[in-house]
Design a binder for this molecule. Structure first.
Ligand code: FAD
Ligand code: SF4
Length: 399
């Protein structure tokens, strides 16, 4: 791959912090515009120029097969499995598979640096992207920062440090912009380790979410929307608290999610080489999607540190999704007793494994499709990818 000189990029100037971004209110603060790579923003930004098919082919050698029901939902893949660390990393979001793979890649000399995100000293949820050069720095980035995070803001450092082999950890919108400018980075090898992502928020939005859902917002260190249809919060003292999805104060939370996330259709991080989430796996396990040979090489390094089992699918999500559409749309909130009861019933008879993942994808894609149709009608055709159009077409939407 041709190397790109530092001086060539220097001509373009990063935007000042806090200034309006080219994607305007749809900006997900991916960090690209905080670097001289802003010169490629019109081509690269996930919210200005959606181009999944082209980038899937560039990343995996082909685009997804829309007639294969699993690829329609989960993107191009070679292999899927449920997995967990035999010795989980304390303080990781789940069992720490992401941090483990990144550390192994550094220790084996596959890469010289890892783009990941720590938090600032002052605030446990304020993201601070870094290029980690030691296992300790990768470990310090473990656990989700459940806020928009400018992971790509450290891209200029690659040039400055003269790095040639890099791993980037990130969510879909960051990875779309990264893939679009990949060839400009002058790297010999780029590895991409992704997580699924949905319903992200600004730091202020996160506070509102915690304040409206939680008895002790200041002590929450970790939360996740789990497969048992509850949000699980973990507090500083190790105690946990669960709130049923259906009991969330949807009326107050309607505007809390970032407009970028309300118009995103890359829940499953289609362009990463390897994706590690949880939603297609049984409770307590993580869900791994190997998209290509590079992803296979990355996972291979951790094979002695993880237990795996095949993915499975149980139940039928369709009715639950159809019922969730007006609840999201009109901001309906159930009384807590009814929400708890509904949570228990759905957990017993509801979708499990890959069917749960499809439930989550369907309910978010229908909501997001309505959001884009109402707020950005001119963008609708080009912005919504074909796979998402087909998924949404399975449901009856309100006008
Ligand atoms: P750890 O070893 O704890 O490592 C976490 C890694 O995530 C770190 O390397 C860190 O750099 C990176 N990271 C943290 N915050 C961010 C951020 N804001 N942006 C980019 N990178 C970040 N999985 C699902 O299956 N369904 C979901 O709906 C879902 N939503 C998610 C929403 C967000 C905002 C994020 C960040 C992740 C989401 N995930 C989701 C992924 C899941 O929560 C775990 O992150 C994943 O399973 C890895 O767990 P782990 O223990 O292996 O990670
Ligand atoms: Fe720039 Fe990223 Fe915002 Fe798009 S999403 S405007 S590329 S910072």
């Amino acid at each position: 791959m041709a190397s790109v000189s530092f001086s060539k990029h220097k001509k373009a100037k990063a935007l000042k912090p806090g200034s309006r971004r080219p994607a305007k209110e749809l900006c997900s603060e991916c960090g690209l515009c905080d670097t001289y790579y802003i010169q490629y923003v019109r081509e690269a930004c996930a919210f200005i120029n959606q181009k999944f098919e082209q980038l899937e082919t560039q990343s995996h050698g082909r685009d997804r097969n829309l007639d294969n029901p699993d690829e329609l939902y989960f993107g191009v893949y070679q292999n899927m499995m449920a997995a967990r660390k035999i010795e989980p990393i304390p303080g990781a979001q789940w069992t720490g598979i992401i941090s483990t793979i990144a550390i192994n890649m550094l220790n084996h000399g596959l890469v010289e640096g890892v783009i990941c995100v720590q938090n600032t000293k002052e605030d446990r949820f304020q993201p601070m992207p870094i290029i980690a050069r030691t296992p300790e720095e990768i470990l310090a980035a473990r656990v989700n920062k459940p806020t928009l995070s400018p992971n790509l803001s450290v891209l200029e450092e690659i040039d400055r440090l003269g790095l040639k082999r890099v791993l980037v950890i990130g969510v879909g919108c960051q990875i779309q912009a990264l893939r679009a400018i990949e060839k400009k980075l002058g790297l010999e090898k780029l590895y991409v380790l992704g997580t699924p992502c949905v319903d992200n928020v600004t730091r202020a939005g996160l506070q509102k979410f915690l304040d409206t859902t939680n008895t002790s917002p200041e002590t929450v260190v970790h939360y996740e929307f789990m497969q048992d249809f509850r949000v699980h919060f973990k507090h500083e003292d190790g105690s946990t608290e669960t709130v049923p999805f259906f009991g969330l104060k949807t009326n107050q939370l309607k505007d809390v999610f970032a407009p970028s996330c309300m118009s995103c259709f890359d829940y499953v991080n289609s362009l990463a080489d390897l994706v590690v989430g949880y939603m297609g796996a049984p409770y307590g396990w993580q869900w791994i999607v190997v998209r290509n040979d590079i992803g296979k090489e990355m996972l291979e390094l951790a094979k002695d540190q993880i237990q795996t089992q095949p993915v499975f699918s149980k139940g039928d999500r369709k009715q639950a999704v159809q019922q969730s559409i007006p609840a999201y749309d009109q901001g309906i909130t159930l009384p807590m007793w009814a929400a708890k009861l509904m949570g228990v019933v759905i957990d017993k008879i509801g979708p499990k494994g890959l069917e749960y993942a499809r439930f989550s994808i369907d309910s978010h894609f229908t909501r997001n499709y309505l959001y884009v149709r109402r707020n950005y009608i001119k963008k609708l055709k080009a912005h919504v990818p074909e796979f998402a159009k087909r998924i949404v077409a399975q449901y009856k939407l309100p006008d």
